[in-house]
Design a binder for this molecule. Structure first.
Ligand code: SD4
Length: 331
């Protein structure tokens, strides 16, 4: 079976972009464009992971145009994907754990180092907004499981069943063989992560996922862990990760990449070193995918993956386009 991403890689047209190789060393290959965006003063940029980054960027851009901050934009952007039942790796309609429960992880961080996170939360369509509430309305950074749900309900979030009939049917089929193996670039682990810089030069990052399909109950990946799934420092830059969380957690990749940028690496160089570090430290790294996207406070950006097949979406000026990312392994 050809995966959706391989299919996109083979079939989509190119040559639409204003992006050039000199602007990102990630050998940008435009895969598709859609949802044109208009420029506004201060050159905001929004970058997000995978194909679903295109509609997410469009929503983030709209929020910026309405006067929202980078933080508002990264929340609004990923909410689109959380609410989409056709995305089976984030929010409503996503693949459950092996016991049939949809459990979600999300976090958000701003340029000042404020951050909030929820993990192993159930029944809430927009964990990213709960994460923001944790950041803004509690003295804590991270709430988990039942406590995160209680907090969300007390903050007015609606309790709902996130397991769609389609996802339930797929899970019931999975139960027949109960095989679990993370597959490269296939939709059992496609987080939406987003980084943005607004007209004031403020950075923000967000990340939301259902994690691995058919994971063990209680499994939490990198995505809600500040420093692993994302990191943002207004004096330096912002980074978000996607891929097999167990690998990303072991090297705290997002924090590492921000620190490399602090020491003078470009976002592209830092992402490449982040992947090389992971490859050096994690056994069997070549069996799964991981990727990082990064932007610095000067609006330079970069991305790098272990395997080919990772794409990210970038919105700036009048473009919102999908870019094929360069990778450590070439096939
Ligand atoms: C996790 N990192 O839970 C997430 C999944 C992901 O692309 O990013 N998929 O491991």
């Amino acid at each position: 079976m050809i995966s959706r991403r391989k299919f996109l890689g083979r079939s989509l047209i190119g040559s639409l972009g204003m992006l050039t190789a000199s602007q990102t060393a990630c050998q940008p290959t435009p895969l598709e464009t859609s949802v044109p965006v208009s420029p506004i003063a201060g050159e905001p940029i929004v970058i997000s992971t995978w194909d679903h980054g295109i509609p997410a960027n469009a929503a983030a851009w709209q929020r910026l145009q309405q006067g929202g901050s980078a933080l508002d934009a990264v929340e609004a952007g990923v909410m689109v994907v959380e609410a989409d039942p056709n995305t089976t790796t984030v929010g409503y309609g996503s693949t459950p754990d092996r016991d049939g429960h949809v459990t979600l992880d999300a976090c958000i961080m701003d340029h000042d180092g404020n951050c909030g996170s929820v993990c192993f939360i159930e029944h809430i369509m927009h964990p990213i907004s709960v994460a923001r509430k944790v950041m803004e309305d509690t003295p804590h950074v991270m709430l988990a499981g039942e406590g995160a749900l209680q907090f969300a309900l007390s903050a007015g979030f609606e309790k709902m069943d996130l397991l769609t009939p389609e996802a339930k049917e797929r899970w019931e089929k999975w139960l027949v063989e109960k095989q679990y193996k993370p597959l490269i670039n296939i939709e059992n682990h496609d987080t939406i992560g987003m980084i943005a810089i607004d007209g004031k030069g403020h950075l923000a990052a967000s990340c939301t996922t259902s994690g691995l399909g058919y994971k063990m109950r209680g499994r939490v990946g990198d995505s809600p862990v500040i420093g692993a799934g994302l990191y943002c420092d207004g004096e330096v830059g912002a980074v978000v990760a996607t891929g097999l969380g167990e690998m990303i957690l072991k090297t705290l990749g997002s924090f590492l990449i921000v620190e490399l940028m602090r020491q003078g690496a470009s976002p592209q160089e830092a992402c490449e070193e982040g992947i090389r570090r992971l490859a050096k430290k994690v056994k069997n790294y070549e069996e799964a995918q991981a990727a990082f996207i990064a932007i610095d406070k000067n609006r330079a950006f970069g991305a790098y993956a272990i395997h080919p097949g990772f794409s990210y979406a970038i919105a700036r000026g009048t473009e919102n386009q999908l870019i094929r990312c360069d990778s450590l392994l070439k096939n």
